[in-house]
Ligand binder design. Sequence first.
Ligand SMILES: [Zn+2]
Length: 213
Amino acid sequence: MNKVELAYYELGSKSDRPIDIKKAWLRENRAHFCCLACADVYPKSGPLDPIVVDARGGHSQFHLPLEFVSKIRYEIIRDDLLAVLDPDACEYLNLGVLLDETGKQIPNYHTAQAKIAVLLRGGMESSNNGVCNRCGRRRYWPMPHGHGYLLRSTFQEGVPILRVQVGNFAVNQAIRDRIVAAGLARGMYFIKRPVLDEPEDGLPVDLKFYEKV
Ligand SMILES: [Zn+2]
């Protein structure tokens, strides 16, 4: 029986629509950001490349502390949320800028990707379709829906922010508390992700998020 001592909180935006990306730009650039076979985003080892948003009508589509772009699966963080993550979590993030079609930077927001990726695991009914033969990404989906957990041995103790499937952040309790205390929780939701010692899906502990192909 797993003993639950630690939990992370997956962060999601309450926005009902992703930020629109400039369509022509996306057509030309999507393959640079994500795998066209499995559609998952590529991890970056440094600053994120700028993305070009469709800013018709001004910047009115930016409202919440946490927004997202669906086609590239980047999270978009407002500067006040970024300030709450600082100082400990920011060293675990790669950041980038958003541009409008004239090349002007969208103020107050950054794209963000957590550097350390871990798999959210599920129960026996989880789908495990091996790895994408184009990019090496594991094609695993935790089931039943909403009941995912993390495995203790798959990341270093004390890492404040992680990336789980679909590009979402998972933050530790301390960061969750800081977000709530700063009054920024209203625009996002938290899903509690227990940290367990043993997988409950009948698969090995060390399923890698990425495998060389
Ligand atoms: Zn792929």
